[in-house]
Structure formats: structure tokens, C-alpha cells
Design a protein around this ligand. Structure first.
Ligand code: HEM
Length: 230
């Protein structure tokens, strides 16, 4: 049985409630165990790598799911829940949701043809989240280059890091509400591309806002590593 220190997993959303979070303990030994100062090296001064995004709002707690950049956008929580349930069955109270997220991200990239890398484990799940930090620190899609650069710099990331990381948009989907203005108003957009996107994204705001379209037109489910090279 899991000790109270680890919490227990109940219900259908094991990663979504602060009270049911588990984390790796000093008792677990692994060659890939992170150090106790992991966060001071990898995420200094920020909330991050801690799965705080997974926490649901409650009557007394506001999480990050409904912060402007995340609201109606971040998806796939059920995938992490399914993995967590399976892991808990064989290894209760040990593997954090934050580790599952990091491994799932790596595995997704590999499955879609991208690069492989070793994921160190031992992240601890957050029992708190910051709605305000999510709003203030995640770049809005309307950001200028200067604003993007400074928000990345605030996390210790260079402009080069920013460009390389933005290559992640070689996979994934965007909502109509986020690209409607471009496909209907821009004059410097390929006409055929604009009209193909218009077919799945009505002109009127409030209509089809959450309709999804691939970010990468040609190879939407292939994680290329060449297109971002200059
Ligand atoms: C440079 C600042 C960034 C901005 C302004 C930005 C903006 C966006 C926007 C607007 C979307 C579409 C969301 C929607 O319509 O609901 C999106 C999707 C996505 N972004 Fe970014 N992004 C940035 C950086 C990153 C980084 C650093 C990564 C990862 C390394 C990333 C990975 C993704 C992925 C995988 C998707 C698709 C998600 C899905 O299919 O559910 N983005 N991004």
C-alpha cells in the first residue's frame, strides 16, 4: 500500500487532483534518478517540469488549465491519465505524472519520426499551480519577436533555443480561432492554402472556433528535423 507521502490514486483522473498526486521517493533507486537539486539546475526560479498544468480547478483552487494561452487549447489529459492508471497498477505511488509527461513527449516525437533522447526521471509533481504565472509567462500567439525573445530569456533560453524549440510545430494542431484572421485578412498568404483552411474555419467569430487544422500542411504527423535548419 502506498504511504500517505505518496498519496493514492483514485477516480478516473489520477493526474488531475492535487490530493492524489504521487511522486518518486528517495527510496526508489535508479541509475537515472535525478538529483535533489534538479529544479535549481533545470528550471531555476520557475514553476516547471512539475505537471502543475494537469491540476483541475476546485472551489478553493485555480489551476493553469483556464489561463488564456491554455484555455480550450491544451488537450490530451486523458492520455496521461490512462498511462498513470496503468503505471499505478504495477508500481503504485512511485512514478510521477511529471515523469510520465516527459516520457510521453519524448515517445511521441520518436513515434512520429523525430529524434530520440534519454529522459531522466525523478520529477516531483506539483501540488500547486499558478494561473497568473501561466498567463504572464507563456507567450501569447500575438507576441512580437522582442516579446518572445524576452519571455524565453526570462526562462534562461536564448533566441537560438527559441527557434529550435519552435520547430516542435512540425506536428500538432491549431484552432480556427487562432488562425482565422490570417486566412481571411492577410494579403501575403498563399491563396490556395488560405481557401483550403477557410473550408474548415468559418469566417464568423464564434462559429467553428475550436475546429482544428494541422500546423504543418504537408507532413502533419511527421516530426521532421530538417525543415527548421537554415
Ligand atoms: C515561441 C512561442 C510559442 C508560441 C507563440 C506558440 C503558439 C502556439 C499556438 C497558438 C498553438 C495552437 C494552439 C491552439 O490553437 O489551440 C501551438 C500549438 C503547439 N505548440 Fe506552440 N507556441 C510556442 C512555442 C512552442 C514550443 C517551445 C513548443 C514545444 C517545444 C511548442 C509546441 C507546440 C505543439 C506540439 C503544438 C500542437 C499542440 C496540439 O496539437 O495539441 N510550441 N503553439
Amino acid at each position: 500500500m502506498a504511504s500517505p507521502e505518496f498519496g493514492t490514486v483514485t477516480g478516473r483522473e489520477p493526474c488531475a487532483a492535487a490530493s492524489s498526486l504521487s511522486s518518486c521517493s528517495s527510496r526508489s533507486s535508479s541509475a537515472q534518478q535525478l538529483s535533489t537539486s534538479f529544479y535549481s539546475n533545470s528550471c531555476p526560479g520557475v514553476q516547471g517540469c512539475d505537471a502543475s498544468l494537469l491540476l483541475d480547478d476546485t472551489s478553493s483552487f485555480q489551476g493553469e488549465k483556464t489561463a488564456t494561452p491554455n484555455n480550450a487549447s491544451v488537450r490530451g489529459f486523458e492520455v496521461i491519465d490512462t498511462v498513470k492508471i496503468a503505471v499505478e497498477k504495477v508500481c503504485p505511488g512511485v512514478v510521477s505524472c511529471a515523469d510520465i509527461l516527459a516520457i510521453a513527449a519524448r515517445d511521441s516525437v520518436v513515434i512520429l519520426g523525430g529524434p530520440n533522447w534519454n529522459v531522466k526521471v525523478g520529477r516531483r509533481d506539483s501540488t500547486t499551480a499558478s494561473f497568473n504565472s501561466a498567463n504572464n509567462n507563456i507567450p501569447p500567439l500575438t507576441s512580437s519577436l522582442a516579446n518572445l525573445t524576452s519571455l524565453f530569456a526570462a526562462q534562461g533560453l536564448s533566441q537560438k533555443d527559441m527557434v529550435a524549440l519552435s520547430g516542435a510545430h512540425t506536428i500538432g494542431l491549431a484552432r480556427c480561432t487562432n488562425f482565422r484572421a490570417h486566412i481571411y485578412n492577410d494579403s501575403d498568404i498563399d491563396g490556395a492554402f488560405a481557401s483550403s483552411r477557410q473550408s474548415g474555419c468559418p469566417r464568423t467569430s464564434g462559429s467553428g472556433d475550436d475546429n482544428l487544422a494541422p500546423l504543418d500542411l504537408q507532413t502533419p504527423t511527421l516530426f521532421e528535423t530538417t525543415t527548421t535548419r537554415t
